[in-house]
Design a protein around this ligand. Structure first.
Ligand code: SAM
Length: 210
């Protein structure tokens, strides 16, 4: 976790405690305290969602298990062809905003201050977006793919990888000016509620792509 993540939470009552491991300014193990709530930082990732807790939705936990297996054991890299297919698909859907090419998309990203990749899998699109914006990227993923995402993104000081449920993100409403959520919402137990939860985090005039 980059220490600059504290500033992104938009909360005055936030601090790092019980820090047991720090490498090159990165907090690898410790706790993130927000008010009276402590969130563990594990392998560099602040944990806002923990499996097997009372009150967790069973359907969501099964989804997590499936994707944790996919990102952790089955699939460890995307090849260039898959990346091109995805980028071109995103661009196609952004045409109404005057985006027709990767160069247009990079210009679009560059102008954004706060970007959220909701359900970021192993973080490959978070990494792309962080490389092409002057703003900050939050890469939020509920499953264990988040640890691969952290390794992919940790060198990018504007990319903040967190383990979190998009239904319960630790940010103020109206925080992000671009929310990207590819192939995620239909995996949540309540798709309509997921759209609403992310929409609440979108700033005025922002773009929500899903
Ligand atoms: C089909 S994958 C897409 C991953 C990534 N967006 C991509 O395009 O490579 C769906 C991802 O959404 C994540 N996910 C599902 N429900 C979620 C939730 N409630 N909060 C955050 N992530 C979630 C899954 O763990 C999985 O990694």
């Amino acid at each position: 976790m980059h220490k600059s993540f504290l500033g992104i939470l938009g909360n005055d009552e936030v601090k790092i405690s019980n820090m047991v491991e720090e490498i090159d300014g990165e907090v690898i193990r410790g706790d993130l305290e927000i008010g009276s709530t402590q969130h563990p930082i594990v392998n560099g990732v602040p944990i806002f969602y923990q499996e097997s807790q009372e009150g967790n939705c069973e359907e969501q936990e099964l989804t997590n298990q499936a994707f944790s297996f996919k990102w952790g054991e089955k699939m460890t890299e995307f090849d260039d062809r898959m990346f091109d297919v995805t980028i071109n698909f995103v661009i196609k859907r952004l045409k109404p905003l005057g985006i027709h090419s990767q160069e247009d998309y990079k210009d679009f990203l560059r102008s954004k201050k706060m970007i959220l990749d909701a359900g970021s899998g192993m973080g490959w699109m978070s990494s792309y977006m962080a490389q092409h914006t002057e703003g900050e990227v939050v890469s939020a993923e509920i499953g264990d793919g988040v640890f691969a995402g952290y390794e992919k993104c940790r060198a990018l000081k504007n990319c903040h990888v967190i383990k979190a449920d998009l239904m319960n993100l630790p940010f103020q409403d109206n925080t992000f000016d671009f929310i990207y959520s590819d192939g995620v919402l239909h995996h949540t137990p309540d798709c309509k509620a997921a759209v609403k939860a992310l929409y609440d985090k979108l700033n005025w005039g922002g773009v929500f792509w899903f």
